[in-house]
Design a protein around this ligand. Sequence first.
Ligand SMILES: *Cc1c(COP(=O)(O)O)cnc(C)c1O
Length: 225
Amino acid sequence: MAHIAENFEHIKKTIPADVKLVAVSKTKSAEEIMELYNCGHRIFGESKAQELVPKYEELPKDIKWHMIGHLQSNKVKYIAPFVSLIHSVDSFKLLKTVNKEAKKNHRTIDCLLQMHIAEEDTKFGLDMQEVCEILESKEYAQMQNIRITGLMCMATFTEDTEQIKREFRQLHGFFGTIKEKYFSQDPDFRERSMGMSDDYTIAIAEGSTMVRVGSLLFGKRDYTK
Ligand SMILES: *Cc1c(COP(=O)(O)O)cnc(C)c1O
């Protein structure tokens, strides 16, 4: 097993107290997750509903599970009973489904809107106009079972740190605009989920409030298992 506890102690020192660490545990075993859990960590992120559900069932119930990967509407029902935050709301259709499934479970589910920032066009996400359309719609105004608590983005996969910095800065700018226009009276709208193992320090410098770190904590992922 990789040195998960040591990695955790090291990474924690590099993250300010007001920035949340989401431990990305996709492909990792219950044992590996428990090693971090036993260090006191409780926030874990998964990118697939079909992997998240069995882990939720098997592991301690005080874990806060975050959904961070692209989510299909037809999978929302499986995670709606327990998911603590969905980072990856990238369409109005998905938001409507989350609201509907949350209602069935008598819950309010916290969501981030995933914005398309990366210069590469392979990443999912909304643009500024789509975000405005959602937030100005009558349907959104009537949604009782979701709460939008901020924005999420993924930077381009590149070694060019200036480009990554630009993209994070752009998300922070979008956050300011959206906050002022739609959430100025709403303290719950406060999160910028940005930064992964390779770029979380840049993200924190650019105003991240939530970093999603996987391989730096758990070691490289093996997708062949
Ligand atoms: C896998 C994943 C991460 C973590 O990636 P690492 O490079 O291992 O830190 C973060 N965010 C999302 C959306 C992911 O899918």
